[in-house]
Write a protein of this length. Structure first.
Length: 177
């Protein structure tokens, strides 16, 4: 399943992605792959709901060929974890706070504000979306995040693109040295 603009699960998916990989250094993927294991300079995920077609969730990282498989395994571990376990209240509060605090940047200039509303008009976004955004983020529950993770993140339906030295990558999960 994927989400399109206007789907009632957009806010839960946005929070889920923030916790999983979209929240920078506080996200699980960044913590695990970059900070804990030292396998990548950067790692994370992004979520973009579709407008006219299905949306996209993607995880990414850059690693040495010999640690690509290990980093991928760790990301899939985090995907499994967010599907099987409720996120912590602390993670939820951090995600909600960050998303609400960065909300005003959407309208940081006249040209950006005009761009948002012109885009909304062209794509048919509900005119009440922005006035309800903070409340919708605030109403997302721990259970909503887990439900959306299970709806959107099915490892059996994921594809992976690998670029590098396949002879080294295909040997498996080698720890960074």
């Amino acid at each position: 399943r994927s989400l399109r603009q206007g789907d009632p699960d957009i806010e839960a998916a946005t929070i889920m992605n923030y916790i999983l990989g979209g929240g920078g250094f506080s996200s699980r993927i960044t913590q695990r792959v970059r900070s804990d294991e030292g396998l990548a300079y950067s790692a994370g995920s992004f979520f973009v709901p579709g407008i006219y077609t299905d949306g996209l969730w993607s995880a990414w990282y850059e690693s040495k060929s010999k640690t690509v498989a290990l980093a991928a395994s760790l990301i899939f571990d985090e995907i499994t974890r967010i599907r099987e376990e409720l996120v912590s209240v602390e993670d939820m509060d951090l995600a909600k706070s960050a998303l609400i605090e960065r909300f005003p940047s959407t309208f940081q200039s006249k040209s950006r504000t005009i761009g948002v509303f012109v885009s909304d008009e062209l794509t048919g976004r509900d005119p009440s979306y922005w006035s309800q955004y903070k409340d919708k983020i605030g109403r997302v529950t721990l259970e909503d995040v887990q439900r959306v993770a299970n709806d959107l993140l099915d490892p059996e339906k994921m594809a992976m693109i690998v670029v590098g030295d396949w002879d080294v990558i295909s040997t498996g999960n080698e720890r960074a040295s």
